[in-house]
Design a protein. Sequence first.
Length: 210
Amino acid sequence: MTGVLFTGGLSPDFTTVKEIIHSADIIVAADSGFDSAIKMGIKPDIIIGDMDSVNNTSLLSEYPKNKVLKYLRDKDETDTELGILYLSQNKYDNIILIGGGAGRMDHFLGIVFLFDRDLSPNLWYTDNTRFQKITGYSKIHSMKRQLVSFFPLGNIGCSMKSDGLKWPLDNLRWEKGDMGLSNLVTKDPFSIEMIHGSLLMVNQIKEVLY
């Protein structure tokens, strides 16, 4: 099942993510991700976090108490982590994160590093960038002529095969700290098959350079 999680920070425009939102089984908002959802005209099913960054907390009173999961501000987990944990505990295995653009760099990196975990988002959309965790075999549509970059996840190293990239990933072995920047998608769809490990794929939203 698919769970969409709105988090604080800048989000993409609604047209970029409307198909994802319409197909989601549940929509959760983490703290000020509630503001982003409301701005898009979306009423989340669950709101979670310490609520210290929500602009209009009076709107929370419109929700049943069991739909607003409020935590103390002094806690070990970020609000985004709490949202991901909630989705996982409720059997949502395809987690898509929306928001997190601009803002504090430590918050941004905190989300990036979530992808190193077993319990992580599958996709993440900021206002201008798309992140996708690549495990196993992935066939990816509607990205021909776009630039994509790849970063190894975890600490076991990774190797992979690809079809539809200008510079194939076949026979490469990447360790933590390696990367492949600004590859060009030449085919729709293109595919990546992981032999070992996993990758984080990053591309600019709606950017077509070739």
